[in-house]
Design a protein around this ligand. Structure first.
Ligand SMILES: O=C(O)CCC(=O)C(=O)O
Ligand SMILES: [Fe+2]
Length: 254
């Protein structure tokens, strides 16, 4: 594992900011990703030509540099980490681990929800899920999603966030469209409602939320175009073994 120190200027009131990020909540940070990084990522997303295209894994992308550190820098990861620091620190702490196999560029398509549910094990539009897994369960995780397009959530696919708080991993994955109705019914029975929100995101805007928060790709077939997003998942270094791959980057905020 490689360890880096990330120096950032403390923001006034950052402790309060981060504390708000319980499940079912989210924060939007406008223009978190610099334009130069957006340009680099757009070049890569050109290869995502169809609904079955696999996402681009940033850590392995030679076009972005010779090693993981250069690739992350060119993708703008240090900038978004600095911006997300209050939320990351509140959930994870001063030392955090960036999950290598979960730093990716995903393209989602303007298709109906029912079509997305039938995609099954797909690489693009995802149905309701949490980003944890059975091993990691309810251990801390922060998810950051940065849109590379304007109008995400209206003109092109966005992300739906389930407003219900939850404190455990339900074991529903984003390709299990066949289980979505069962899941929606279970949430209705448990919580009495199924309230969702679709944040509006423009290019460079970052959505940040707790890893246990339920979310899905929000799309319909009257949207005009696809949407690309950079996704990053962060956990505590001591939870590394809950995920495959062992060459993760560790960041220490100072
Ligand atoms: O980009 C999206 O619409 C969904 C991404 C997501 O939830 C994930 O990668 O886990
Ligand atoms: Fe997700």
């Amino acid at each position: 594992m490689i360890e880096y120190e990330l120096k950032s200027i403390p923001m006034a009131g950052e402790e309060q900011l981060g504390q708000k990020l319980g499940t079912g909540k989210y924060a939007i940070i406008k223009k978190a990703l610099p334009e130069a990084n957006i340009k680099q990522l757009r070049k890569l997303s050109r290869n995502l030509i169809g609904i079955n295209s696999r996402p681009v894994y940033i850590a392995h992308e030679r076009m972005l540099g010779n090693n993981m550190s250069e690739r992350y820098s060119n993708a703008g990861i240090p900038s978004v980490l600095k911006t997300g620091k209050p939320w990351i620190q509140a959930i994870i702490g001063k030392k955090c681990l960036i999950l290598t196999n979960k730093v990716l560029l995903r393209r989602t398509w303007p298709i109906s929800e029912s079509r997305a549910r039938n995609l099954q094990h797909n690489a693009s539009n995802l149905t309701w899920h949490q980003d944890s897994n059975h091993k990691h369960g309810d251990k801390p995780m922060v998810v950051m999603m940065i849109s590379l397009n304007d109008g995400a959530g209206s003109r092109c696919p966005g992300l739906s966030i389930l407003k219900s708080p939850t404190n455990y991993f339900h074991g529903v994955f984003g390709y299990e469209g066949n289980r979505v109705e069962e899941f929606e019914q279970a949430m209705l029975d448990q919580q009495g409602s199924f309230k969702t929100e679709i944040p509006d995101l423009n290019s460079g805007d970052m959505l940040i939320f707790n890893g246990l928060t339920f979310h899905r790709t929000f799309s319909h077939d009257s949207m005009k175009s696809h949407r690309d997003a950079l996704l990053i998942r962060i956990i505590k270094p001591e939870d590394a073994e809950n995920f495959p791959d062992n060459s993760h980057m560790i960041i220490k905020f100072s």
